[in-house]
Design a protein around this ligand. Structure first.
Ligand code: PLP
Length: 455
């Protein structure tokens, strides 16, 4: 056992230590490599060192460096090694935490994590939640819970309201939850990409007139596109007026409630009926850690609890298998519990504050580059910009900026991705990795300046 783990750890340490020097992305030849790795089920084993070579020398390097400090694309997180160690422990003891009674001490640690998240959001004590594999599965569970709580068995008249900036996982969740595409409304947003209550009011009234049943609204606590935060208090008022279930998607921005500034921006999140948080984003954990919190914990139980003859009869504590879609599951709680217990929340809060400041700094620097315009100022730690020399048609402008982004990324110190805002291509910067600091942001700005001058 020790030789196995030591050999892996030697490679892990070398890899993690070299993350800042590794290219921000190196996928050339990756597809050819992938094809060369396809093989039939092996009859005989291969020595472990050879397999480590395959992983660390061949497969890992040909990839986007999602764990490195230059990853400013999509939504970063980084992946704390402490969580990987927690997984090693959890997978090694392989205890079952789906039933409280099967491992009460361990189940309690996961319950603690969920209670901490509940308190961060400002939910009451009757709230409950589950850890999931990520935001998408959290959203699906939330929508099915809301559907079962608020609509009859034939729910086909139920209507869901999303903004035109909502993450596509919500639309996917609506379809997977059984709603016809025609029951999902994509409402227009304001000039800062936020859903306003007035827009929601009109849409709900129009649907009521048609005989439909408005039942759920999704508000974003930080969109993926621009980091826009919907006015949550205002949406909560509207949801109350119309009797809608209010779901808040905090997969990107939710944990910013830990900071003073974020808490202000996200005011009203505590009035939601359900909230999604993604610890694998703004809590820096490795991929595969999502969370769903529901204001009324009993709603999760009513939705998911079924009897079975082979299950124990008397229960105490929280049985995760009774309040979630999963039965057999990994002990996910430990990968969140261990880093939080080892560090306390302080360093997480500090890191999130640093990301807010870095995004503001980047916006200020971008403003000094001639021709650059910022289409989305940072509301949290994300912003969107483009080069606009003036006088170009949208198609040309989009081409110009796609080229600019490629030249920035070709320098391989940072990786940026783009998006379309009302049909116009913009380049995003999302600062969220715990490994991204001022030095890397300076490289980012240097490379943007260089790429603008080169173009
Ligand atoms: C990433 C993201 C999601 C989806 O979460 P996954 O963990 O990737 O499934 C949903 N909403 C927002 C705002 C996101 O950034």
């Amino acid at each position: 056992m020790r030789r196995l783990v030591d050999a892996a750890m030697d490679r892990i340490v070398a890899h993690v230590d070299s993350l800042p020097e590794q290219p921000a992305g190196h996928t050339v030849g990756g597809v050819r490599l992938a094809r060369s790795l396809a093989e039939p089920l092996p009859e005989r084993g291969t020595p472990f060192p050879k397999l480590l070579d395959l992983l660390f020398d061949r497969a890992v390097p040909r990839s986007i460096n999602t764990a490195g400090p230059g990853y400013l694309a999509y939504v970063p997180g980084g992946g704390l090694l402490h969580a990987a160690v927690a997984d090693l422990i959890a997978d090694s003891v392989n205890r079952y935490v789906g039933l409280f009674g099967a491992a009460p001490g361990l189940a309690q640690l996961e319950i603690n994590v969920l209670d901490w998240f509940r308190d961060m959001v400002g939910f009451p004590k009757e709230a409950g939640g589950i850890l999931t594999s990520g935001g998408s599965l959290s959203a699906l569970t939330a929508l099915i819970t809301a559907r079962r709580e608020r609509l009859p068995e034939n729910f086909l008249s139920g209507v869901i309201y999303l903004s035109d900036q909502v993450h596509h996982s919500l639309e996917k969740a609506a379809l997977l939850a059984g709603f016809p595409a025609a029951n999902v409304r994509r409402l227009p947003t304001d000039e800062r990409f936020r859903l306003r209550a007035g827009t929601l009011d009109s849409a709900v009234e129009a649907d009521r007139t048609r005989g439909l049943t408005p039942f759920l609204v999704v508000a974003s606590a930080g969109t993926t596109n621009t980091g826009a935060v919907d006015p949550l208090d205002e949406i909560a008022d509207a949801a109350q007026r119309h009797g809608l279930w209010m779901h808040v998607d905090g997969a990107y921005g939710g944990f910013f409630v830990l900071t003073d500034e974020g808490r202000k921006a996200l005011r009203g999140i505590e009035r939601a009926d359900s909230v999604v948080l993604d610890p694998h984003k703004s809590l820096f954990l490795p991929y595969g850690t999502g969370a769903l919190l529901v204001r009324d914990a009993e709603a999760l139980r009513r939705t998911h609890s079924l009897a079975a003859d082979y299950m124990p009869e008397s229960r105490e504590g929280v049985d995760f298998c009774e309040i979630s879609p999963e039965l057999t599951r990994p002990f996910r709680g430990l990968r969140a519990w261990l880093p939080l217990k080892m560090h306390g929340i302080g360093p997480f809060r500090d890191a999130l504050e640093e990301k807010l400041a870095l995004a503001r700094w980047a916006a200020d620097e971008l403003r000094t580059i001639p021709g650059i315009e910022i289409l989305a100022e940072p509301q949290l730690s994300t912003l969107a910009f483009r080069l606009n020399p003036g006088g170009l048609a949208v198609e040309e402008l989009n081409r110009l900026n796609r080229g600019l982004m490629k030249r920035i990324n070709d320098r391989k110190r940072v990786l940026l991705t783009g998006t379309l805002l009302r049909g116009e291509f913009v380049i995003r910067i999302c600062v969220l990795s715990f490994r991204t600091h001022r030095d890397r942001m300076e490289m980012c700005l240097e490379d943007i300046r260089g790429a603008v001058e080169e173009g």
